[in-house]
Write a protein that binds this ligand. Structure first.
Ligand SMILES: [Fe+2]
Length: 403
């Protein structure tokens, strides 16, 4: 990469860092443990919510939501349920939620599920407090600027960290344009981390979503500039938690201690990357999602060790620290310890049936992948090593070669 471009990217990140440090980075109040959803009525009562809008997708609407609705019934809290959030929620879905919310005079939101119901409910909440501003006009950074109604996020996977983020990603149904509302007011007030909500997750999804959380924690940890003492500590704790508990949850879905600890680790990793960003692993993984529908966590799991190896000496010190904290290797030099950390990620993947590479990447798609990945990562992502076309292509070729 040319020196001018490099200086521009690093300068951009340094300026962005100053701006970010002036903001108030709230994080949700976590309520965790077996049966945590039973505490939802008490949270709503504390917020003086008498009627709540419950937002889910169709599957969670049938399987997990009834447990929460029953808790609300027995506590005498009225509810309205919108069970139709699709993957990649559209503007029209958000508007339907908003209308139902207003028509039934709700006073708060509960979003249950993965990313989509949280995105849709957050966007609807933004529209409730910004009745005269269309969603498209709130795309981008800090455009909501008003406190949303009380918002409870209930994740049903331990990985995405959606319950912690400032973003709501929405797709315009007509133009297919995907955009994000990003505002600190969109951070949920509470994150209810109940392992019962993840009990039924099949091992494959447990593994992939868990590795997504690991990638959030590691990429945030390797950030050169936006980190704070708190985001560093939470990233370290998340890595330790995932190393200890992910494979237990993978092997035995009924292990409620492992399920709880994974939800907590994913929550911490979510806060770390909300504050410190992700990096080249995510940028490349997103291109695989777009072109081949590769599940996000699976793509991250495969790409993470390859990118870490490619970063080489630039990340040795930090990876060595993670190797010590996870008790992988406490003696030895940084290079050796960093290599042990990467080797353990590969070993975890192997033990959970995650492949070492992807053979389905088509040669003719590589230029597009490179273009998309660089456009996503540069200049915003505070990566330890800036990628140019040649280096990004080399990594993508490695992903194919390792299959
Ligand atoms: Fe992710």
């Amino acid at each position: 990469m040319g020196a001018v471009k490099k200086a521009y990217y690093r300068g951009f990140q340094a300026v962005f860092n100053i701006g970010a440090r002036c903001l108030y980075w709230r994080r949700p109040i976590p309520v965790s443990g077996v049966g945590a959803v039973r505490r939802i009525p008490e949270l709503l009562k504390a917020e003086k919510v008498e009627r709540v809008m419950v937002v889910t997708g169709p599957t969670v609407g049938r399987t997990l939501a009834p447990r929460i609705l029953a808790e609300l019934d027995s506590a005498g809290i009225a509810w309205t349920h919108f069970p139709e959030v699709e993957a990649n929620p559209s503007v029209s879905t958000v508007e339907r939620i908003r209308k139902l919310y207003l028509d039934s005079a709700c006073q708060g939101f509960i979003a249950v599920g993965g990313g989509s119901p949280m995105d849709a409910a957050k966007a609807a909440a933004a529209r409730v407090v910004r009745p005269n501003t269309p969603l498209g006009k709130m795309a981008g950074l800090l455009k909501v600027m008003r406190r949303i109604p009380p918002f409870i996020a209930v994740p049903t996977t331990a990985g995405t960290g959606s319950e912690t983020t400032i973003a709501a990603v929405i797709t315009d149904g007509e133009t297919h344009h995907k955009y994000a509302l990003m505002d600190l007011h969109l951070v949920p007030k509470y994150a209810v981390l109940d392992p019962e909500m993840t009990r039924e997750l099949p091992p494959k999804i447990t593994a992939a979503t868990g590795m997504d959380a690991l990638t959030h924690a590691v990429e945030a940890y390797l950030c050169w500039t936006y980190n704070t003492a708190e985001s560093i500590r939470l990233a370290e704790e998340a890595v330790c938690g995932i190393f200890r508990f992910l494979e237990r949850a993978y092997r035995d879905g009924e292990d409620m201690e492992a399920r709880t600890e994974m939800l907590i680790a994913a929550f911490k990793a979510g806060f770390a990357f909300t504050r410190a960003g992700v990096g080249n692993v995510h940028a490349i993984a997103h291109t695989l999602g777009g072109l081949y529908n590769t599940p996000h966590g699976l793509a991250n799991a495969v790409i993470l060790p390859i990118v870490l190896e490619d970063y080489g000496a630039a990340v040795e010190k930090k990876l060595a620290k993670l190797a010590s904290l996870t008790d992988l290797m406490t003696g030895g030099g940084d290079a050796e310890k960093a290599a042990a950390f990467i080797a353990e990620i590969r070993a975890m993947n192997r033990r959970m049936g995650i492949p070492t590479g992807f053979d389905f990447i088509r040669e003719e798609d590589i230029p597009q992948m490179v273009a998309w990945a660089l456009a996503e990562a540069n200049p915003v992502y505070p990566v330890p090593v800036l990628y140019d076309e040649a280096r990004c292509e080399k990594v993508i070729r490695r992903i194919i070669a390792e299959a």
